[in-house]
Design a binder for this molecule. Structure first.
Ligand code: VGL
Ligand code: ZN
Length: 194
């Protein structure tokens, strides 16, 4: 696979926040492993003056996905908390557009497209193809990729810049296969033409 970046391309960094990194409240195994590869993609995009978007899980304290509310997850990514901040090592450019999601207490929203106006924003910015990486493969990346394809954006899945929660062993691999079945093209950084 050989990928030439050009106008119409955008990078989407999904949920690279402290609570999803080792030591965080909902730690993704090796979640910190996405930071270095994502920084390489970010550099490739900024060098070409192409847009970078970054989503954040951004929950109210009483979000319905939290165990205290009968949901599946420990409390995580509470809006404005330390755990909700982007990893400091993530080199987001000053112009990165931040997409907050999951901000409504009564609604789970794994996808960056859910209730955010993100598709409209991308169309306004003339984006046609999204390169997507981040956390976690089997939740927010999966659902974001699914919605991106449903909204008719092309998707390149950054295989070297995603990690899975793997609540059940194999969840991450199944999610990757599902995203490819739906039309996402898997790439690694070396596939990008210099
Ligand atoms: C996520 C579980 C709960 C994610 C968010 O970003 O993948 N996973 N909330
Ligand atoms: Zn969440």
């Amino acid at each position: 696979m050989r990928v030439t970046l050009g106008s119409g391309d955008a990078l989407l960094v999904v949920d690279v926040q402290y609570d999803f990194l080792p030591g965080g409240r909902l730690a993704v195994p090796e979640g910190d492993g996405v930071v270095a590869p994502l920084n390489r993609y970010i550099a490739a995009f900024t060098a070409r003056r192409l847009p970078v978007y970054a989503s954040r899980d951004w929950h109210p304290e009483n979000h319905c996905s939290f165990r205290a509310r009968g949901g599946p997850w420990p409390q995580h990514c509470v809006a404005g908390s330390d755990g909700a901040q982007f990893a400091a090592g993530l080199a987001l450019p000053p112009g990165a557009v931040v997409i907050d999601k999951g901000a409504a207490a009564e609604k789970e929203a794994y996808s960056a497209f859910e209730g955010t106006g993100f598709a409209r924003r991308l169309r306004r910015d003339n984006v046609t193809r999204l390169l997507i990486g981040g956390l976690a493969t089997d939740y927010c990346v999966l659902n974001t990729v699914r919605d991106a394809l449903a909204a008719r954006f092309s998707v390149l899945l950054l295989k070297d810049a995603i990690r899975a929660v793997d609540v059940n062993p194999g969840d991450g691999e199944r999610a990757e296969r599902e995203m490819q079945r739906l039309g996402a093209e898997p790439i690694v950084f070396e596939d990008i033409a210099p």
